[in-house]
Design a protein around this ligand. Structure first.
Ligand code: NAP
Length: 422
């Protein structure tokens, strides 16, 4: 083993997920995999165990067993090991390839940088994937939430999230300012006085592997379109380049399977070849409107880090909000599932918040393992529970005649429904 097991809780049984022969991206998944789990900060200790129960039940109902390996990050790691992100945690996820985590708190303005961003970078989890679909019974601010069935692929390692920034008042920021003004010729662009400066790298490599992943997903899941979302009209050499490189992937790598929207109109009068995926693009602000006004037109979204963060939260609001919205981070042959929501510290330990987002993130993980039957069971059982009016506080306050359940009670109901539906 490449690391010290003192800082992880190793299960007694279980087998390792290994790469399939001759491949670094395909996995050989046993029926009793070892799966690392980080509960995380705040409400992570409420939703983590709840999701574990549900995923265990779905695995058992389909003749499998998950062997959980507890690993630590954030507050719990600081308490136990006096560090935010032990190397063992990162190594355990690398070694076992598929893992799930709850939210981790990031202090605003000062303190350490985001552990989420650090984990994504260290594990090269370059695609953050957020499916947004509506479950029956979930209250929504829009009249037809069922029209939303979208998957956002958000680039996870670049953009203003790359962490290249300098604090106001430091020598470094002064050096960067002088370089920009004196060497690069932007002499009256930055106001005088204290300034913080950040850098926004968007690379051809980062863009193309993300867009490829989105198109592959669209083809594998019989989706109609992939929309590149950018603000390239303003940020021409970063977001504009993302759009151009995205189209290059579509035009050069997929033959007849993929067609761009321009070609579709120029050459085929808008008639797409059967089973082809259409690649188009939208400017980010327009896209945020279209999410509401033309929801059903959008299928798969591929976008950069910051746009993806905003867009997927806005889309999540249409299908029930943060308590519901699941996600997962993917690298080549690696998956770290995690809900979209944060650590909601004011609710920590109250057995109150909605574990659905964490449970449905687990569903994405089950799909990645190739356990589609277990994944469907989880979705159906959650839907059955919510549509019978048994919900946590966040949904109960929006519904007439619903029964308010604690986090753990909701998970028990879902487990009961898994047993009934299996
Ligand atoms: P947040 O933790 O997501 O909570 C914001 C609000 O969303 C909550 O007050 C609650 O709204 C609702 N909410 C969140 N999770 C819910 C759940 N499971 N069930 C029901 N409602 C839920 O966002 P934040 O307060 O902006 O962030 C807190 C910390 O989390 C920050 O340190 C942030 O950096 C971190 N964060 C981490 C991740 C991650 O680990 N991936 C992601 C986002 C944020 P009501 O009070 O209105 O009911």
């Amino acid at each position: 083993m490449s690391y010290d097991y003192d800082k992880v809780e190793v299960p007694e049984g279980g087998s390792k997920i290994e790469p399939a022969e001759g491949s670094e991206t395909e996995l050989e998944v046993p029926d009793d995999p070892i799966i690392p789990i980080i509960y995380g900060d705040g409400v992570g200790s409420d939703v983590g165990p709840a999701a574990q129960k549900v995923l265990d039940a779905a695995a058992e109902a389909t003749g499998r067993e998950i062997n959980w390996m507890r690993v630590y990050a954030g507050e719990s790691a600081r308490e136990k090991y006096d560090e935010n992100l032990p190397e063992e945690t990162v190594e355990a996820i690398k070694e076992h390839r598929v893992a799930i985590k709850g939210p981790l708190t990031t202090p605003v303005g000062a303190g350490f940088r985001s552990l989420n961003v650090a984990l994504r970078k260290m594990l090269d989890l370059y695609a953050n994937v957020r499916p947004t679909y509506h479950l029956d019974g979930v209250p929504s601010p829009v009249s037809e939430p069922g029209k939303m069935d979208m998957v956002t692929f958000r680039e996870n390692t670049e953009d203003v999230y790359a962490g290249i920034e300098w604090e106001a008042g430091t020598d470094e920021v002064q050096q960067v300012k002088e370089f920009v003004e004196d060497e690069m010729g932007f002499d009256s662009t930055i106001h005088d006085g204290p300034v913080g400066i950040g850098v926004k790298p968007i690379t051809e490599f980062g863009t193309k592997r993300l867009v490829r992943r989105a198109i592959d997903y669209a083809l594998e899941h019989d989706r109609d379109s992939v929309t590149l979302v950018h603000k390239g009209n303003i940020m021409k050499f970063t977001e504009g380049a993302f759009r151009d490189w995205g189209y290059e992937v579509a035009e050069e790598e997929y033959g007849d399977e993929v067609i761009t929207e321009d070609t579709l109109w120029e050459e085929r009068d808008g008639e797409a070849p059967e089973d082809a995926v259409v690649v188009n693009d939208r400017i980010a602000d327009n896209m945020l409107q279209q999410l509401l006004t033309r929801t059903e037109n959008y299928d798969i979204i591929a976008t950069m880090n910051l746009n993806g963060d905003y867009l997927s939260d806005a889309a999540g609001a249409q299908i029930g909000g943060l308590g519901i919205a699941p996600g997962a981070n993917f690298g080549d042959g690696r998956c770290l599932a995690e809900p979209v929501h944060g650590s909601a510290p004011k609710y920590e330990g109250q057995d109150k918040v909605n574990p659905t987002a964490m449970i449905l993130s687990g569903r994405i993980m089950l799909e990645y393992l190739g356990w589609d039957d277990a994944a469907d069971l989880v979705r159906d059982a959650v839907e059955e529970t919510i549509s019978s009016g048994k919900v946590t506080y966040d949904l109960e306050r929006q519904l007439d005649d619903a029964e308010k359940l604690a986090t753990s009670e909701f998970a028990e109901e879902v487990v009961g429904n898994i047993e009934k539906l299996a």
